[in-house]
Design a protein around this ligand. Sequence first.
Ligand code: GLC
Length: 460
Amino acid sequence: MTNLKVLFVASELTPIAKVGGLGDVAGALPKYLKEDVDISVVIPAYQAIKEKVEYIPNSKVKIHYIDIPEYFSKRDKIYGYTDDPVRYAHFDVEVVNKIKDGAFGKVDIVHINDYHTSWIPILIKDRNIDGIKTILTIHNLGSTYQGRYSLDLLDHLNLSQIHPSVEEDKKDGEINPLLQGILNASIISTVSPTYAKEILEKEYGGDLDYFLNQRKDDIYGILNGIDTTIFDPKTDPNIYVNYDLSDYKEKKATNKIRLIEELNLKFSSSQPLYSFIARLDAQKGVSILTESIMLTEITLLTKSLQNVRQDSINFLFLGTGDEKIASKIKEIEASTNDVKLEFTFDPVLAEKIYAASDVLIIPSKYEPCGLTQMIAMRYGTLPIVRETGGLKDSVEDQINGFVFKEFDEVELKDVILESFKIFGTSKWDEMVKNAMRKDFSWDKSSKEYVKLYKKMTGIL
Ligand code: GLC
């Protein structure tokens, strides 16, 4: 272990304050980094945290909780307030105050994540703290994830100097915390090599591509891993029956039967189960999925009317989010027994679905990394993904999943039908085995972060 001292600052931390993929990364990556650097984690002291444990479970990574009662411990939700950017600006100020006071001891690197922690680099400059490098990891550049706010936000930061990046940002009458992170962090990383390239393009740059291009030489793409100790079909206590490569076939079938029983589905366990597990929002591509399901149903129905094949595909959705999207799925649900929506956010049910499904569909418009395709593969469930971001970097077409190119319902329908043709053949078995064998642990990626840390501090 080098004596590099790293402070990893995030707005979520699985399992202590779990919301999404960012929390999963914050809860896992530092555990692996701990083998190589001296790292601790800082998060807000949310009311939702029932027990403020001292360490990330099963590790020696210390957690520091920062409370500003009016913004954190007195609020019952983690996110979802109109003043969220104000809350996190105060959090960042407090983190930097504590760094300055020496409350975390010596700090060489502050590793920040997304807009919530993006004021930290400029605050470090503003408070004249020397000798600290910063790395910003972007988990999602979408325009709703940048923390944009009115200029009043600046009143909460007490900046003591004029900063060119703030002056530039103010011109459009708004302030953009993520942009401040992009312009002021020593280096930037994002969660897959492909997304690191995509964000330089207009289509994926969330209107910040111009600034990202200015920093092009400082942007790195490192693929996320998953916590393979939690996501393991051999030991996962949440699934109906455990399995591994030696007995997945019969055990996955049992998981499917049990899931159909538990959810009272009208599905047939002999037909393939295709699932979708994600937030119901536009980024996740639900619109092309619902269209393609209708097209698939029509094709299968025509075939069975012609007596070519008498079969169907069952589609299960798990997620909450946009009401309009949900009602579109409900509409299809009302017209067929093959489609069902479970409108809930339930991580335990999600794991049961990974174990029971044959296919997981991830038709995202963009996907910085995506963790569900990796979890699915580990559970022997083949992913169908669009060729973007981390999906492109983790799935190989017809080797361990299926990949389609354009964001288009006809292409998606074609790949669904193509996979359906292969279902039940020896090629399918080979693909499932390839998927289950693939190494998605953090071992490899965490080493890449360590390399970056060393490079930033001049050790390499
Ligand atoms: C965000 C991204 C997702 C990524 C996750 C963790 O949720 O949308 O693609 O996997 O962050 O980095």
